[in-house]
Write a protein of this length. Structure first.
Length: 394
């Protein structure tokens, strides 16, 4: 299988982790040799309720037996998609009441950027340095990391950077600006949180200039930071909210949500303003609905804050300089990229799955399923501590 993996499947790095998967359940992934791996990454924040949560699997099976795909997005009334959009609206502020379902995070970003241009009649888009919003051309145009963009230029015109958390840069938001897009908590950059009421100041400047605020919650959304959406921590509401990853409980989905009025603009001038064949697919919507129901009907989200405390207590070590992030979106900061890589690879050998962040190579990603137990947290942190101790004594 390994040879065929390298031979037939496109790779994005020269040295993939290449763990050969047999199955996965709860907080564990099992490889083809039968070894079990405790998962502190959750498919890069995607498996919100762990692997193969029974309610998600049952929702998928039930829907698969009724119908799979019947029509392109938005034409037919399909219960899972309607119920999902409705439950989202019930759990969001009143202006975020209408949802467009797509197939991935980056596609949701594309939709949000298009909607902002269409709604304002303006073209300029601002984004933050070190931001990550996905890998299609539009999302890359608002990626704040030039090194990763250069080979693919020219990208979408009229996109300009600001520095995240920089108040002076907010003057770059003007009456020419269609939208500013920000991650509520910057992920790839190293789990950087907004400081000093930054998001409130962005909101105010957007209101003054008629600019739309797009918040990308593809990673922090769906409970990961101790609230259903991370913007709830910061006392503001975006004009367009973008979600994905953990929304599908392990299946591919994305969505952007705005007011009924703004979203209605996609219906004309031009009509079919954003279209997709598989967006809102009933099987995937059923999985997302089961995930959202579980998150909103239990105290799983509140528990993430207590689990964060446990992680912070158990992650104390001379080699860990800082633990960044919130809830179960945490990054352990090591002194150098080399140490971080050594730790990630040594933990892999000892049955603990960790991973890198995109642009901050001193960070170790800790984004386990929200359903992880306290015992599992302790088990994983012990493996990590043992690895760190060996490095320290070398
Ligand atoms: C903040 C953020 N935005 C956008 C994306 C892109 O989502 P996808 O990989 O589903 O296209 C990601 C994925 O890592 C992300 O973390």
């Amino acid at each position: 299988m390994k040879n065929d993996f390298y031979k037939y499947q496109a790779q994005t790095t020269p040295h993939p982790l290449a763990l050969e998967i047999s199955h996965a359940k709860g907080s564990y992934v099992y490889d083809s040799s039968g070894k079990k791996h405790l998962d502190f990454v959750a498919g890069v924040s995607a498996c919100t309720l762990g692997h193969c949560h029974p309610k998600i699997v049952s929702a998928i099976k039930n829907q698969a037996e009724k119908y799979l795909h019947v029509m392109v997005y938005g034409e037919y009334i399909q219960e899972p998609a309607v119920e999902l959009a409705k439950l989202l609206a019930e759990n969001l502020p009143p202006n975020l009441n209408t949802t467009y379902l797509v197939n991935s995070g980056t596609e949701a970003i594309e939709g949000a950027l298009k909607l902002a241009r269409r709604a304002t009649g303006r073209t300029q888009l601002l984004y933050a340095n070190n931001a990550y919003h996905g890998n299609t051309m539009g999302s890359m145009s608002v990626m704040g990391y030039e090194e990763r963009k250069n080979a693919f230029k020219p990208l979408v015109p009229d996109c300009f950077p600001v520095n995240f958390n920089n108040e002076a840069d907010l003057q770059k938001i003007t009456k020419e600006t269609a939208a500013i897009i920000l991650e509520t908590i910057q992920g790839g950059a190293g789990f950087i949180q907004p400081e000093n009421d930054y998001l409130k100041k962005v909101r105010k400047r957007c209101d003054e200039t008629g600019t739309l605020l797009i918040l990308d919650e593809i990673q922090p959304g769906f409970g990961r930071t101790g609230r259903l959406f991370a913007f709830e921590h910061f006392g503001i509401v975006p004009d367009i909210l973008v979600m994905g990853k953990g929304m599908g409980g392990g299946l591919p989905i994305g969505a952007f949500t705005a007011s009924h009025e703004v979203m209605g603009l996609l219906q004309d001038n031009p009509k079919l303003g954003h279209i997709t064949t598989f967006g809102g697919n009933p099987v995937i919507a059923a999985a997302a609905l089961a995930t959202l129901k579980e998150l909103t009907e239990t105290d799983i989200i509140q528990q993430t804050l207590q689990k964060e405390k446990l992680f912070r207590k158990l992650l104390k070590h001379p080699l860990i300089k800082e633990v960044r992030g919130q809830g179960l979106m945490l990054a352990a900061m090591l002194e150098t990229a080399e140490i971080a890589s050594e730790v990630i690879l040594a933990c892999k050998d000892r049955g603990l799955i960790l991973f890198w962040l995109l642009f901050e190579d001193r960070a170790i990603r800790i984004t386990p399923p929200l359903t992880i137990s306290n015992d599992e947290i302790a088990e994983g942190c012990k493996i990590l501590q043992n690895v760190l101790n060996r490095i320290k004594s070398n």
